[in-house]
Write a protein that binds this ligand. Sequence first.
Ligand SMILES: Cc1ncc(C[n+]2csc(CCOP(=O)(O)OP(=O)(O)O)c2C)c(N)n1
Ligand SMILES: [Mg+2]
Length: 339
Amino acid sequence: MSVKTTTALDRRGLSDDQLRRLFANMLLQRQLDNRGFQLNRQGKVPFALGSEGHEALQAGAALAFERGKDVLAPYYRDLGLCLGVGLTPYEIMLSIFARAGDHNGGRQFPNHYSSKSLGILSFSSILAAHIPHAVGAAYVIAYRGEVGRAVLCTCGDGTTSEGEWHESVNFASIHRLPVVFLVENNLWAISTPLSKQMAQPEIWKRAAGYGMPGKRFNGFDPIETYACVKEALDRARSGGGPTLLEGMCYRFLAHSTDDNDMTYRTKEEVVERRKNDPVQRFEALLIEGGVMTRDDATAMKQEVLAQTNDATDRAEAMPFPQAHDLYANVYEGAWEPWQ
Ligand SMILES: Cc1ncc(C[n+]2csc(CCOP(=O)(O)OP(=O)(O)O)c2C)c(N)n1
Ligand SMILES: [Mg+2]
């Protein structure tokens, strides 16, 4: 199962500006990804998680999301998706550095994105625990009779083995809820390959069993991703019910800074997959298609590096949370269980 290579620019109605924004998002995601790993190796942060290989999928999906209307229920690998819907590099860095100014007070695991104002649901490290939450949010939209709003709920391929995933997809279909289930299939669940996760490896085909439309697309192509996610979100927003989407991609880095992927996959496999690197491919397509010049691309990379450096320095300089407010936002009235 390989991810297709895109050979010519098919812009599907996107303007030059939108195409450049897609690319800028992909660059920023990769830069911040690398920064997290660097900070970990410098001993400055305890943990970081990579999303290299998911850039095109997440930038494309984010472009289809309507800020101020839609709700996003992401998972830990959705750095680019969360940047794309409005989280800033500074907010990302506050979370990685576990500083008090973070949305979760510096007390959530890193890469557990959330923002009330942007409509990003906070989530749990327990795989698939956020899928019923996403369906609950979609139920609220339907219950209130709101049109023009939908929930975009993402997860990895391995997560679709969890019972909550199946129960949630089934419930959403029965009630024709406005939700899109987007599976980011990177072929691995830490060390477990897809073949040990499911005997029928085409996740999108499960849609038929639940009575909803399903589609698989090339997640290395941000434009194809945008078109598929937009079509599904539009259907959900207009009362057409849920869709199951499967975006094919690959995880280039280890699962996290705590993982050594060379214990379960070969360097050759990763090198082979990197030949289709979605960031480099999209850059080449935009240059060939006359959307930007090589100099534009260089300038964008410099800008992204400057943004990342600025976010890193500002977040690192911020204070940690204080021990005395450990239970703030946990119990009503900041009740402290030891008192
Ligand atoms: C219920 C549960 N089981 C196991 C884990 C440990 N775990 C964390 S991430 C992960 C892999 C998930 O893989 P996938 O859904 O494919 O997402 P990916 O990390 O590949 O993007 C596992 C097994 C967990 N967090 N929760
Ligand atoms: Mg996976």
